[in-house]
Design a protein around this ligand. Sequence first.
Ligand code: ATP
Ligand code: MG
Length: 460
Amino acid sequence: MKYHDGMEGLPLHISVPSFGMDVFHVLDAAGADAWFVGGFVRDALMGRAAHDVDIATDAPWQDVQAACVAAGFKTYETGVKHGTLTVVPDGTHAVEVTTFRTDGIYLDGRHPESVEFVSSLEEDLARRDFTMNAIAYQPGFGIFDPFDGAGDIERKLIRVVGEPEERFREDALRILRACRFASQLGFRIDGDTLCAMNTCKHLMGSVSQERKTHELDGLLMGDFPHDAIMMTADVLSYVLPELVAMNGCEQQTKYHCFDVLEHTAWAVQHAERDRLVRWAALCHDMGKPASAFFAPDGTEHFYGHALVSAQLARGVARRMLMSQAFADDLALMISLHSEKIAPTLKCVRRFLAKVGGRPELLRALLHLKRADLAAHAPEYAKGAELMDEVEDVLDQVLAEDAAYSVSMLAISGSDVMDTGVPQGPDVGRMLETLLEDVIEERLPNERHALLARVRSLRDA
Ligand code: ATP
Ligand code: MG
């Protein structure tokens, strides 16, 4: 173990998973100064479950590789240009080992033009984004924490290392990382840091959309999205301009006690932790500001807002580079979110047909409706039991043999054409009509009955 002259530490012990210790011991035996750093140390100090283990060291990556290969570990040159070698000591777990470095200048606000390797751990920690992420741990030494990250963790505070504006100008992605960490950890953002996030938010224009989407995904999937959205709405508005109109859009109805933005933030908070459901919760009322209408008695209505929201959600999905299938599901769920679903066989079959015969999408819609309901005024925040009842009926529908999608009908498109209906959109329309008749129990799902109905439709 290297002797750390003059370095002050806290003699804390962190329990490191054995695969991390294996790499540490090999580096230590090779004479390297190795430290656990980053999210692993932060989360360990918070008592959160361990995640990926990162090590920082004074050894160049070639020396790290030589020592690890000699110990029988697999290594991958994943980022050696920036000093990072990925080591897999046990065939399963990856440990990223990175040589102490500082980042050079950032011309594009995202990638350092160069990195400079340095000999001191403190310099390496100084390049890191937030104080809670700039803590190092070495077994035997304890915690090395020159920026009081442990204190900030105790205070539940996200604070930039160094001068906030300067750090956001170097890399504007850090702005969204702060928003994401706020949601994942339930921390507040330090006043100077938040102020600089607002001042620099336009710099996020130079960050790749994939990275921005990744951070927003992380924010929405966090444990504290309500607080994060409310705290950083002005910052998020740069990447989600739809939030601007939602902020302060009052809802003068007995059903609501929040403006559209806060209602939305609560809906996300209450939503099942599923990417589609959380994005749907974020977008479900985006169309309200554009559909607001006051009746003569002063009551506000938002007729048609679900369809406007669905359109806006499509725009969001496109900007976020989400897949077409994800965008379609998102828009469909949102367009249906304010429709009443009764716990009856007919109604559930009808809704299954509306979601293209996909039970999982109907379950997602029920989750969205639960989240939406839970974010209403307390006296109207009930109804989750109704959704449970609908879900029970859904299980019943799935267990029985009844048709709820065109493909489950006893005849197909070619049967329709065999009766003389020409190929084209009429075939599909006819099948939809048959499905409706079957769902409403006006017609049995039997070949003969269906063909007879096709003929009468054709001749009508
Ligand atoms: P998590 O893995 O839970 O998202 P993390 O803190 O481990 O959180 P990573 O993206 O894995 O985040 O990065 C590891 C460490 O690298 C961070 O803890 C931080 O010290 C540093 N880091 C990552 N991205 C940046 C950045 N954009 N600017 C400065 N430092 C960064
Ligand atoms: Mg990490």
